[in-house]
Structures are given as C-alpha cells and as structure tokens.
Design a protein around this ligand. Structure first.
Ligand SMILES: [Zn+2]
Length: 318
C-alpha cells in the first residue's frame, strides 16, 4: 500500500480551521501522483442537484455550516479527493486527501466533509460486483457513510468511535435496516478508551467481516482517536494503528484506505506511517507503547459490547 496524493488538496483553503492544509504538509517530500478529474465519479453517490449546489457555494467561497467551510479551490480539491479514493480502490493504496468525506450524506455536507470519498470508491467497486467491507476507525462515527449503505447487504459498514461525541449516533443497537439489517456494526467507545478496548471492539468487527467474506476492504482511515488529538478524548497509541494494519494484512487480500480525520499535525504522519508499516509487513515506527483503559472504562465498554451482540443476535454476521 502506497500513498496517493497531490498538491491540489492544498487548494481547499480553510485558514486556521482544525482541518487545514498543514495536515498534508507533514509529508513535504512525498511524490505527487497525477489524479484524473473526479467529477465523473461524484454521481455514484451524490445527485446532480447536490453537485450544482456545492459548485455554487464553493465558487463563492461560502460555508455550508459552522464546521464545513469552502474556498474557491475547494471544488477542485474535493472532486480530486473522490478520484484519488477511486484510484486507491483499484490499486490497494492509501488516498492521502482532503477534504475528508465520511460525514457527508448523499444530499448534505457535514463535519468538514463535502463528498463522501469512501462511499464513492465503495460504490465504484460494488458496481463491479464486489462485496465491500468498510472499516471506519476514525474516532468519530461516519454517519454519512452509515446512512448511505444503511439498507444494503453487499456493503458491511463498521465503525469504532467515541460516544458521546460529534455527530451523535452510532449506537450499538444501530445494525442497519431493511435488507441491510445486521450489515452495520457500530462499536461506541467510552471517553478515555485505550488500545485494549479498541482491539476488543475490532475483534468483534473482524469476526463479522470474516463471516461477510468481502472481496474488498475499504478503510476510512482517520487518526483522531490518537491520545494527542485535540478534537476527541480517546487514547490510542501510534502502535494501535500499526496493529490495525497488521490485522488487515493477515485477514484480507484487497485493502485500500482513504484519509478522514486526524488533527494533531505533530503525530498524524507517524500514525499514517505506522498503519502503512503494519499493512505492508514492515517494523513499527517510534516508541509509543500500547495504552490501557481504566476499570470503569472497561466495564462500560463491556456493557456496550453485550448490547451490540444482543442486537445482532439472529442476524447473519454475529
Ligand atoms: Zn474524525
């Protein structure tokens, strides 16, 4: 797995917003890859009238809401992010892009996200007859992605995220609906969760994923669950991202990833490099040790996992 990136992602100018271009500037030496025009892929998920609305707002450099801002360069960056996600899905690579995507709904931007990059790449794969397992380990619940695939049984949406936190939801009992019932696995992590409970949650997700038997794994790779992230209160180490990569490597042949959050620019590249080292079978980088949760956090986590397992009882995957 290699990084796919391009300077065009810096053209989404958000000033001193937490999601700003310094997030990608931590990779100054990385080689750019040419990225095709992404407009051709947007309608895989987003209706045409939504695209026109976004284009108009970006053209004026206005904000969609308090969190989700644009500049005149945003349209070019956001469409390229979707294209890079599709490219990554074809070559099992990591799309290092911005703006992120997993809070974006079919018809609504939200939480720094405009187009749902991982959903676009997932739909692109699905139209080639592939079953896709989405692993969203960003510390926020990917409400947009979850909503887009809520009723599908050929896409398994899974997420580990802090609860309570933005955007709300992602509760253990949310298991999908219609024929998609049982095909959403949401693991809400208590505040101050460390590596130990995170991996217990990931074990449950991987059990469901093995039963699902995907052709492709799509990773919404956000790194804001790291202990030094300013936006959330989870306590993952960089070593955790290494282990996630290793587990994916050991379980699934086809994996691609798209950057979501991660707002401490001092540790973001170390988190990403560890994930890549794990998935590429290299040694871990840096000296952060695995983190542990208090007894109270562990007890609350166990209660949530019991609720998740009872909600899924009788459905196919758990
Ligand atoms: Zn996030």
């Amino acid at each position: 797995m290699e990084l796919i990136t391009n300077k065009i992602f810096l053209e989404h100018d958000t000033g001193n917003h937490p999601e700003n271009k310094s997030r990608l500037l931590c990779y100054p030496a990385i080689q750019e890859k040419p990225i095709p025009n992404g407009e051709q892929y947007l309608e895989l998920i987003h209706p045409r009238e939504y695209l026109q609305f976004v284009k108009d707002v970006c053209g004026r450099g206005q904000s969609f809401d308090q969190d989700t801002v644009t500049s005149p360069g945003t349209w070019a960056a956001a469409t390229a992010a979707a294209a890079a996600a599709v490219m990554a899905s074809e070559s099992n690579d990591f799309a290092l892009v911005r703006p992120p995507g997993h809070h974006a709904y079919r018809m609504r931007p939200s939480g720094f996200c405009i187009f749902n990059n991982i959903a676009i790449a997932t739909e692109y794969q699905r139209r080639q007859g592939k079953k896709v397992f989405i692993l969203d380990f960003d510390g926020h619940w990917g409400d947009g992605t979850a909503d887009i695939f809520l009723e599908d049984n050929d896409v398994l949406y899974t997420s580990l995220h802090q609860f309570p936190a933005f955007p709300g939801g992602g509760w253990a009992e949310e298991i999908g609906s219609g024929k998609g019932k049982g095909y959403s696995v949401n693991v809400p992590l208590p505040v101050a969760s460390g590596d130990d409970v995170f991996f217990k949650g990931l074990d449950v997700i991987l059990q469901a994923a093995r039963a699902f038997d995907p052709d492709v794994v799509a990773v919404s790779a956000g790194f804001d669950a790291h202990q030094a992230d300013p936006l959330l209160e989870l306590n993952l180490s960089t070593k955790a991202y290494y282990r996630v990569g290793e587990l994916l490597r050991n379980n699934f042949p086809n994996v691609f990833a798209v950057l979501e959050g991660g707002y401490n620019v001092k540790v973001l590249s170390s988190c990403i490099d560890n994930f890549l080292a794990g998935i590429n079978g290299r040694s871990a980088i840096g000296g952060e040790q695995p983190t542990h949760s208090t007894a109270l956090v562990q007890e609350e986590f166990e209660r949530r996992i019991s609720r998740l397992l009872s909600a899924h009882k009788g459905f196919k995957l758990l």
